[in-house]
Design a protein around this ligand. Structure first.
Ligand SMILES: *Cc1c(COP(=O)(O)O)cnc(C)c1O
Length: 363
């Protein structure tokens, strides 16, 4: 079976050495030395400061909302966000008592369309939560400017954008905060895990207290917190995966190029923003119709190849999060398919099945 993705498993010997160290120190969690080391290594690799490691990417979003004062209010609060994303972007808002207000995406970039944001602002709006979907950069200057002008916080869900740079600098640097997911299925992972980049050090320090129950000293608690700490085993995995990230990305790039060159004009690719790098985290393609998506999936499945329809459905078209009228997102969601991509994926064999299917169906 060829899944859409496989978790990257780094050198076992190296991981064992880190685990030996954990056993020697008998320090398993609570801001341990490996979590500190991974924080430093990631800040250096990503070219940012003010990075806070947490136990998963969903809590990264929730803590960011809390630390920035978006959630945790008694008043009704709304946040403008995209329906073309993984559930967690919207569920994290709802869980924090913030109503997600869906604004449609751009038909080319599949990211939140800044031209539609202002019309959705109400007296309850406190934040904009865009997603750098599939590692593409949102129109960050336009969105940051709208946020600034209306006094709204901007939190980018950058779960797909590990290591992506925009105009030569980390894409994470836009907005008041940006969050990453280090789930096993992501490009860089710590089994489960995540991180929050904060623009301001004060927000980082507030969030650091929040992820440890609001404790500020041996006998002091400053506010109501939660437990969102990363542990030492997660950090050990992260340190090992980070050591091999360049090889991992290079292998993915080879497969990505092969897919895209072979499929050419027969599919619509995501229009990447200018000056943005690709981290080769996903191979999403849009076909002509939902019927074509279904028949390609059926064809691939006969060979044990399991592509995935994400993100589908568009969240505004679901019962729990809808109804909404994001026509572009609903249309893309019906026609999108993510092809298998991981280090070691047999891309040329998959491409052959795809091309046979296209020719058989005279796409
Ligand atoms: C994976 C993902 C998340 C959630 O991350 P977890 O680490 O699984 O909690 C949030 N947003 C997006 C866009 C994601 O892809």
């Amino acid at each position: 079976m060829i899944p859409v993705t496989k978790p990257y498993l780094p050198s076992r010997e190296k991981l064992d050495r880190y685990i030996d160290g954990i056993y020697e120190r008998q320090w398993l969690t609570n801001d341990g030395p490996l979590v500190r080391e991974l924080t430093r290594r990631l800040e250096e690799y990503l070219g940012v400061e003010n990075l806070l490691l947490v136990c998963n990417g969903t809590l990264a979003l929730q803590i960011a909302y809390r630390a920035l004062g978006i959630s945790g209010q008694a008043l009704p609060v709304e946040a403008i966000t995209t329906p073309f994303t993984f559930l967690a972007t919207a569920s994290s808002l709802k869980w924090e008592g913030v109503e997600p207000v869906f604004v449609d995406i751009d038909a080319g970039t599949w990211c939140l369309d800044p031209a539609l944001i202002e019309a959705a602002i109400t007296p309850h709006t406190r934040a904009i939560v865009p997603v750098h979907v599939f590692g593409n950069a949102c129109e960050v200057e336009a969105i940051d400017e709208i946020g600034h002008r209306h006094g709204l916080k901007v939190v980018y869900d950058a779960s797909h954008a590990f290591g992506v740079t925009y105009k030569g600098e980390s894409l994470l640097k836009h907005g008041d905060a940006a969050t990453l997911s280090f789930h096993a299925t992501k490009l860089f992972h710590t089994i489960e895990g995540g991180a929050i980049f904060f623009k301001r050090k004060g927000d980082l320090e507030r969030a650091r207290q929040m992820i440890n129950f609001g404790i500020t000293g041996p006998e002091t608690i400053e506010e109501i917190g939660i437990n969102a700490k990363m542990n030492e085993f997660q950090a050990a995995m992260g340190l090992c995966v980070l050591d091999e990230i360049e090889e991992n990305m290079a292998a993915r790039q080879v497969a990505w190029d092969l897919y895209m060159t072979a499929m050419g004009d027969r599919v619509v690719a995501q229009r990447r923003a200018a000056f943005v790098t690709n981290n080769y985290a996903y191979v999403p393609v849009v076909l002509e119709s939902e019927t074509q998506v279904s028949s390609l999936i059926a064809q691939l499945n006969t060979q044990g190849i399991m592509p995935r329809r994400y993100f589908s459905p568009s969240l505004d078209a679901t019962q729990l999060y809808g109804p909404g009228e994001c026509c572009v997102s609903q249309d893309i969601a019906k026609r999108i398919l993510c092809l298998p991509l991981y280090s070691g994926v047999p891309a040329s064999a998959i491409v052959n099945v795809i091309l046979d299917s296209f020719d058989g169906n005279s796409l």
